[in-house]
Design a protein around this ligand. Structure first.
Ligand SMILES: [Zn+2]
Length: 247
């Protein structure tokens, strides 16, 4: 563990309940510079060789999630620990073994230290900010992480019948994914458009059903990310929901 303190942190006013995983989309040196001296931060950065940098103490809030929504929680910086993993694009590049083992070890420690983090609250940035974010990407090792005891992986269920968007979205919402929504810039910051009130907003983005389904597929069925509701996705979503109920 290498101490590399960040300037960017704040006191915690809520209990720790989430673990959020990211890829940096930048090399190590640029990432450390941004996350220490820029306008963002994370608790940890994990390099490709497995070196772990500690930037912010877990008891403090770091600024990695931005506008975010999972279950009933919003603004997940307040309640999360964030890990940035050095990878230019986790949708394109695999995570090397040494890095993968370091991330799993780090997550296991965090999960053990914070009983308030439920298995269903181990999430990717793309889960909590669909369309806006696509990290840590379809190459991320969610299954290995779950098998190491951190987070959930759905046991494959028999695939039968067909699926419709409404059924799939209902299960995904129950699992934690946000419903379709809109967000935009207001006073220079991202915010959700609430109840159709667009006053003061610019650059409004529609996050539709397909975007929510893409986020789910990126994590649980990266072999085909097409934003369509199909029977396999519905079976996986139901299995995930069942695993959450058991956890
Ligand atoms: Zn991210």
């Amino acid at each position: 563990m290498i101490d590399a303190p960040s300037n960017n942190h704040a006191p915690r006013e809520a209990a720790i309940a989430h673990l959020v995983l990211h890829h940096t989309a930048q090399p190590l040196d640029v990432s450390l510079d941004l996350l220490r001296f820029g306008r963002v931060s994370a608790h940890y950065v994990v390099d490709v060789n497995g070196d772990i940098y500690r930037l912010v103490a877990e008891e403090r809030v770091a600024w990695h999630a931005g506008l975010s929504w999972w279950g009933e929680a919003r603004a997940l910086n307040e309640t999360s620990i964030g890990i940035e993993i050095v990878n230019m694009d986790g949708n394109v590049h695999d995570y090397p073994d040494a890095q993968r083992e370091a991330v799993i070890g780090l997550c296991r420690g965090i999960f053990a230290r914070h009983a308030g983090i439920a298995a269903c609250n181990v999430v990717g940035h793309s889960d909590i900010a669909p369309k806006r974010k696509d990290d840590p990407g379809g190459r991320f090792f969610w299954r290995a992480l779950a098998e190491a005891g951190v987070g959930l992986w759905p046991t494959p269920a028999p695939v039968t019948g067909s699926a419709d968007v409404a059924s799939l979205l209902a299960v995904l919402r129950h699992v934690g994914y946000p419903p379709p929504h809109r967000y935009g810039l207001r006073a220079g910051r991202f915010a959700y458009v609430e109840g159709g009130d667009e006053a003061g907003f610019s650059d409004i983005v529609d996050v539709g059903a397909a975007d929510i389904i893409v986020a789910f597929q990126r994590r649980f069925r990266p072999a085909r990310i097409d934003g369509r509701a199909d029977a396999e996705c519905l079976a996986l979503a139901r299995a995930l929901d069942a695993a959450q109920a058991r956890a």
